[in-house]
Design a protein around this ligand. Sequence first.
Ligand code: SF4
Length: 280
Amino acid sequence: MSKNIFLCAISNINSGTCNEDCKFCSQSVKYKADIERYIQKPVDDIVEEAKAARASGALGFCLVTANKGIDDKVLKFVCEVARAVSAEVPNLRLIACNGTASVEQLLVLKEAGVKAYNHNLETAEAFYPEVCTTHPWQERYETCENVNKAGLTLITGGIFGMGETQEDRISMLKALKSLNPTSVPLNFYHHNAALPLNPNPLTTDEALALITLAREIISDADRIMVAGGRELMFGARQNEIFEAGANSIVIGNYLTTKGRDKSSDLEMLKSLGFGVAKTV
Ligand code: SF4
């Protein structure tokens, strides 16, 4: 495992406006979760976040919109943001995460400076109807294939702890492997009382074992990233995620939940003898 840890930061540039019914997602309008909702974050604010992320050592910066997929308005906005961030913060690798997307739309994002696209499979194909009924799992898979066809770097992962079986988890990991992703974000379901799922039943030991399993199954991926739910799932044991097989984390806040203070994460990495990755 690399001694350097790849840091990624995310910006929710459009929040809480999605009409889909994903039961794990507080951004769906259906569940009325108590989160901030806005159509477009001001571009200047996003640029400032990007500067702060870079200053903290982040190499990746992900522009996330809460919609099922890209429409013309979303595409225009993400391109505008990508150009503004690229101009002001040149050494940041831009990632877009805007839902289902065609090859043509992905090529437009690429032209605007986006280097990678994140679209998660979320869970196994067989379990997916239990957590979402408004769009099929297959659409998610096809968008990931489109990312590969467009020549963007593919980032795809999923969520553990939504009530899926171990068989489902293995099935999802194998599906992820089949897409040949560069980076695999593993999220651990962070329960919100407004959402219809039960709280995450995983123990910390089980979650660590899942990181190891992901690393084993998706052995060709450059990065196994621990993303949402890290603080809640691993608490004081989060130093163990690296031993388990992770070599990338999200720093700062998540889409609708607060992360740890960035300096705490940087101190943790230093105390473990890890550096911060400076190149992809
Ligand atoms: S499509 Fe995406 S943003 Fe919309 S509810 Fe599902 S996970 Fe959330």
